[in-house]
Design a protein around this ligand. Sequence first.
Ligand SMILES: NC(=O)c1ccc[n+]([C@@H]2O[C@H](COP(=O)([O-])OP(=O)(O)OC[C@H]3O[C@@H](n4cnc5c(N)ncnc54)[C@H](O)[C@@H]3O)[C@@H](O)[C@H]2O)c1
Length: 245
Amino acid sequence: MKHQVVIVTGGAAGIGGAITAELVRRGAQVVAVDLDGEAGAGMAGAHPEQIAFLKGDISDGQIARDAVALAVERFGKLTGLVNNAHASRQKPLLDHTPEDWALSFDTGLYGTLNFMQAAHPELVKTGGAIVNFGSGAALDGQKNQASYAAAKEAIRGLSRVAANEWASDGIRVNIVCPLALTDGVANWKKAHPDQYDEVAAKVPLGRFGDPQKDVAPVVAFLLGADSQYMTGQTVMADGGGHMLR
Ligand SMILES: NC(=O)c1ccc[n+]([C@@H]2O[C@H](COP(=O)([O-])OP(=O)(O)OC[C@H]3O[C@@H](n4cnc5c(N)ncnc54)[C@H](O)[C@@H]3O)[C@@H](O)[C@H]2O)c1
């Protein structure tokens, strides 16, 4: 991926951190955008030639424009965008406050939209690719996930429209729904090993995915030429937990 320059939102930790690390391992240059300044500065400090870090909130449209400008300034172009970050609160539908809805939609749907709009002019020049993030919990309509599920499905709808509208611009847009053992999930596994085993047992491949080994390579594939004939697709990187047809 030596000639690729990719923005990764939430790129300092969790699945986004693993995506940043994997893209860098494959030779790409990455602009990681995250609220976590310490983690982001640490990653960029370890790979100053390949990672530029921008601290900021993805729900702010200016941060999206700044990230695109940083990619062009530091690395000369933009070839890919990974809209990974999404913050939300889990609670019953009737307990959701306007702030809960705003958090999920501002960081999920509007964060994704902000970066897509800001990146479009540069991605047109490079025939770039966008990878957005959905969730199996949203496909299932899992309890306590009202604002999260609604925003995730809005992201999938937005992605399909963009895939149609921007195909003639040479821009592909796909969606990944991951299942991954991030630090947060690992802590939960430690505290509730029986619950973890129960959930993992329902996954045909019998475990949660590894963020860097199981999810990041799928994102890398969707950013690269090997997926040049794929757009508008939802790709499940979840051990077979959901089998779309
Ligand atoms: N972990 C899973 O199994 C799983 C399952 C389904 C979907 N997903 C999706 O995958 C993506 C990544 O999940 P994760 O588990 O790594 O999340 P996470 O919460 O562990 O990490 C998200 C990263 O985004 C950053 N972030 C949060 N809000 C931000 C904001 N407003 N602006 C900038 N950065 C912000 C955080 O600082 C963190 O570094 C999300 O879209 C999530 O919904 C994850």
